[in-house]
Design a protein around this ligand. Sequence first.
Ligand SMILES: Nc1ncnc2c1ncn2[C@@H]1O[C@H](COP(=O)(O)OP(=O)(O)OP(=O)(O)O)[C@@H](O)[C@H]1O
Ligand SMILES: [Mg+2]
Length: 254
Amino acid sequence: MSQADAKLSLRDVSVTYRTSRGPLDALGPMSIDVADGEFVAILGPSGCGKSTLLKIITGLLPPSGGDAVLNGAPITKPRQDVGIVFQQPTLLPWRNVLDNVLEPIRVQGKYSQEMHDKAIASLEMVGLEGFASHYPHELSGGMKQRVAIARGLIHDPQLLLMDEPFAALDALTREQMTIELQEIFERTKKSVVLITHSIPEAVFMADRVAVLSPRPGRIIHVEKIGLQRPRGLDTMALPEFTATCDRLRRLFTH
Ligand SMILES: Nc1ncnc2c1ncn2[C@@H]1O[C@H](COP(=O)(O)OP(=O)(O)OP(=O)(O)O)[C@@H](O)[C@H]1O
Ligand SMILES: [Mg+2]
């Protein structure tokens, strides 16, 4: 893939934070391209710069070095065509599900019937069509995170970024959400960058898994995942799945 074909292209991107104790190299230099409709998972140890990387892609933080390019244009400011889902669903308890999905639209003063219809469509996408008027306290953890995903999809973004979206969920819900997210991905065909600590989660969902070194995170390995789609519970039982997870695990234990 050439840089021109990529949806997202990071070239020699690095971040050095200025801190009271002097400069801190947090990330890179690192380079990666994400193609249109591709699902890339980023796997790396705690503190290696993964959230920092997402801040660059969302335009919240300019890189100290290198170039970050989305759709052929440099990323210079926060933008709407990138959807974000955080570790915690961050829902407003006093707003119902539909209004939580619409919250970013309201904050921007852009509410319209069209956006309302898009919010309903986003809720359908994540399987919550019957829950528009429910309040967050009436939902399970997994459902709340699905509301957050629906909110991330509201602008019909070109790119969906997720920073450990299932970290706060129990193991069973987490596995179920992993399968559901994979189905949402099959339906929407978005480009996705997923940050995770979980090797099986990364292998199950991604087309490619990029492994980062300890801080400052650099890409030490990229694994292409050839598992057939759509993927489901059966996928996790395949020898190829287990072998890929083992191979990646070895990169962290030496
Ligand atoms: N605003 C900041 N100012 C100074 N240093 C920062 C800032 N944000 C992060 N850091 C430092 O940069 C490094 C990378 O942080 P980052 O949050 O990107 O790591 P991470 O890979 O997301 O970690 P985790 O897996 O624990 O979420 C850490 O050493 C952190 O202390
Ligand atoms: Mg982080």
